[in-house]
Design a protein around this ligand. Sequence first.
Ligand code: NAD
Ligand code: IPM
Ligand code: MN
Length: 352
Amino acid sequence: MKIAILPGDGIGPEVTAEAVAVLESLGLPGLVLFEGDVGGIAYRRHGVPLPDETLAMAREADAILFGAVGDPACDALERHLRPEQAILGLRKHLGLFANLRPARVFAGLEHLSPLRADIARSLDLVIVRELTGDVYFGAKGQRVTDAGEREGWDAMAYAEGEVRRIAHVAFRAAEASGLPLTSVDKANVLETSQLWRDVVIETAAEYPQVVLDHMYVDNAAMQLVSHPDRFGVVLTGNLFGDILSDLASAAVGSIGLLPSASLGERRTDHGTFGLYEPIHGSAPDIAGQGKANPMATILSAAMMLRHSFGREDEAARIEAAVARTLADGILGGDLGGSHGTAAIGAGVRERL
Ligand code: NAD
Ligand code: IPM
Ligand code: MN
């Protein structure tokens, strides 16, 4: 079980340390951890946000545990030198096109959600976000128009093969779980989305038992917080998935609770090679204060055990320990509590 640990910037190292401690406390045989630099810290040490040696280490591993990247001091750098290029580069170079972002309100934890308990109770969904295409990876630039005005532009495009392969991931998830599939797009305005919808409908023919519907992204944002029970598997593109997953995390209670798995086609001995990270960023406003909620990263480690190592039992144990820790009121400031990162991590390990 070779795992590359890439803590990154801000609260990244703080939350990653707790997830590593949870993994180590399981006493798994053959666990080997490597650590590498990514993001602003890598820029300062090596002059680039994703050094070749880090990428090589990531390729060598069976799975990657990623913290977060981003540093306000780097926001004025040329784009290719900015910390965020590290995570974008890893996703692209490693072919990690399928991003799973599960969001659920654990039974008994409805009080953590800002939604009314009767609405929060039904929130249990997974966002299947396409991760290596869309406006994120299109041509972009700034130019001066004929009128002499500065103009910024970004090309949004999806090739049908990109849509089809992520659609298969979502259909398989819906088929396996028996949950309905909602494809989220903006086909009323965007050609990218019209092609997306057409390809999803074509792919549906291979999954006659899956209940499929389509929703515009603005409506989906609204329904996610008013009728979360309408969603099971949510299939969407890179940009919409980014936004909707932060929204879903807030509906659960905090962005510090939502994990993710980024998967491609490469197999490991007992699963799929993947990168696992919380959906949140480096949180510069609370970095270095020991306040960050490590649950999202701990839950990401659980997803790693499930998807890359076939260790469903240990994954479920971690998830149960997280739920018990929250139920016992061991909460950080993001959830109205006063526990720090280390106390929350210790709380999970005690309950494992
Ligand atoms: P953010 O997710 O870092 O923070 C948003 C808010 O949520 C902040 O108030 C922060 O304190 C809070 N928060 C986030 N995670 C938390 C946690 N675990 N516990 C408690 N509170 C938490 O988003 P942002 O402020 O928009 O971005 C900050 C930097 O992170 C930027 O440079 C951005 O590009 C980067 N970013 C990186 C990733 C990634 O590495 N995958 C993801 C998102 C943002
Ligand atoms: C995320 C982040 C990244 C994204 C940024 C840091 C590039 O917001 O993982 O959600 O937009 O995908
Ligand atoms: Mn995001």
